[in-house]
Design a protein around this ligand. Sequence first.
Ligand SMILES: Cc1cc2nc3c(=O)[nH]c(=O)nc-3n(C[C@H](O)[C@H](O)[C@H](O)COP(=O)(O)OP(=O)(O)OC[C@H]3O[C@@H](n4cnc5c(N)ncnc54)[C@H](O)[C@@H]3O)c2cc1C
Ligand code: FES
Length: 267
Amino acid sequence: MHKEYTVKEIIRETSNTQTYLFTGKIDYKPGQFIMLWFPNIGEKPFAVSHLKDNEFGITIECKGKFTKGICNIKKGTKVGIRGPYGNGFKIENNSIIVVGGLGMAPALPLIQKIKDSTIIQGARSKEFLLYKEDKNLIDTIAKNKNKIIYCTDDGSFGINGFTTNVLKDIINNKTKIVYTCGPEIMIKNVFDICEKNKVGCQASLERFMKCGIGVCGSCAVNDQLVCKDGPVFSSKQIRKLTELGKFARLKSGKKVPIKEYYGYRSK
Ligand SMILES: Cc1cc2nc3c(=O)[nH]c(=O)nc-3n(C[C@H](O)[C@H](O)[C@H](O)COP(=O)(O)OP(=O)(O)OC[C@H]3O[C@@H](n4cnc5c(N)ncnc54)[C@H](O)[C@@H]3O)c2cc1C
Ligand code: FES
């Protein structure tokens, strides 16, 4: 089931985040995800952040058993990958992309394709603004006539404040779609702003995943499976997701308030 890929290059992005570039092709649509397998530590879902003709990459935050294990591997190591899975974004120009923290990783392939749009990128502080110095990204943004606005919670770079405050200021009746990836509380606030302004939203959701193909049920949000029905959900679907921003499931399958889920995540 897995295809073997070799790590071609490792790029340190922030103090706890690294990008792994693999040699080889992948038939990937922005917004989809892959399952990454490594012997003895298991398998987990990741978005593809970097995409070229014969090379692709993923950006990993080293935080738990699996990701810390991956963050120790070296150039030349072989890994197993299956997928891509899930639906992906429907791309419309003249849109807004709102990303928080690591949410910039799944947004990168979308930014490569979209035109005449604004990206609002937020992070806790300057050092967590992913790819800020990436020359390819800066060139792509300029080439596609996009613009990027940075926000930090502590004011260390760009606007001092949340991405949602900027969104409120710039969203208007010419905005085609608002795309969003990142912390679920931010996604819920972005969706509420879209509803108020009657603009469609496409949100990339994250849930704990085991199989990635709609079999185990671990990634359920209400009656939807994030791996199969998502991970990108439209406004029409999000309106029915009463659990969004409120509840999520732990590894054990237990449904808990979202704050408890994020507390567990940061352990
Ligand atoms: C569609 C999708 C795309 C993702 N893309 C990225 C990405 O581009 N970069 C990145 O760093 N992370 C991404 N993740 C999250 C990544 O899979 C988890 O951070 C990783 O599994 C953590 O595993 P761990 O063993 O290091 O940490 P653990 O200690 O096991 O868990 C830390 C926390 O990560 C979350 N988590 C753990 N396992 C999974 C899982 N199988 N599925 C979903 N969440 C999990 C849980 O909330 C858990 O509390 C994505 C998740 C999904 C569902
Ligand atoms: S991860 Fe198994 S159903 Fe979604």
